[in-house]
Design a protein around this ligand. Structure first.
Ligand SMILES: [Zn+2]
Ligand SMILES: [Zn+2]
Length: 132
């Protein structure tokens, strides 16, 4: 291939997904980004899978074939508000030895950050901290 594999550009559209922001991950080689789907959902997806066309939506488009994993959503924090945070989706975020349940949250001011479920529930994190 003549070109280096590069990140998706913010604003690029892939299927129903538009790249909003990159998430730097130290976990692996692959990097995830935050996408906005046409249906309004905000999701994080693997850049590589999006780029090769494996993922073209937040999942609204391929609901029928979504039975490949038995994982069901039993986390009801999605869509809930905690202070100024709104939990958008659940993410795996490795923190040392642990992988606490975390959520990608959006602050009222628009800042997006990963917050652990613990901190949300306990009210330890109520906003991004920059917007008072
Ligand atoms: Zn969608
Ligand atoms: Zn804020």
């Amino acid at each position: 291939m003549p070109r280096q594999r590069k990140l998706l550009n913010i604003g690029d559209r892939y299927g129903r997904l538009v790249v909003k922001e990159h998430i730097n991950s130290k976990i692996g080689v692959r990097t995830r980004s935050i996408f906005k789907c046409d249906c309004g959902s905000i999701v994080t997806k693997d850049n590589y899978n999006v780029k090769i066309g494996k993922i073209l939506s937040c999942g609204c488009y391929q609901k029928e074939s979504a039975s490949n994993t038995g994982s069901k959503l039993k986390y009801d924090m999605i869509g809930q508000s905690y202070g100024k945070w709104k939990a958008l989706l659940r993410v795996s975020y490795k923190n040392g030895m642990n992988t606490p349940i975390s959520y990608l949250c959006r602050c009222e001011c628009g800042t997006i950050r990963i917050v652990t479920a613990h901190n949300l529930r306990d009210g330890k994190s109520k906003s991004c901290g920059k917007c008072r």
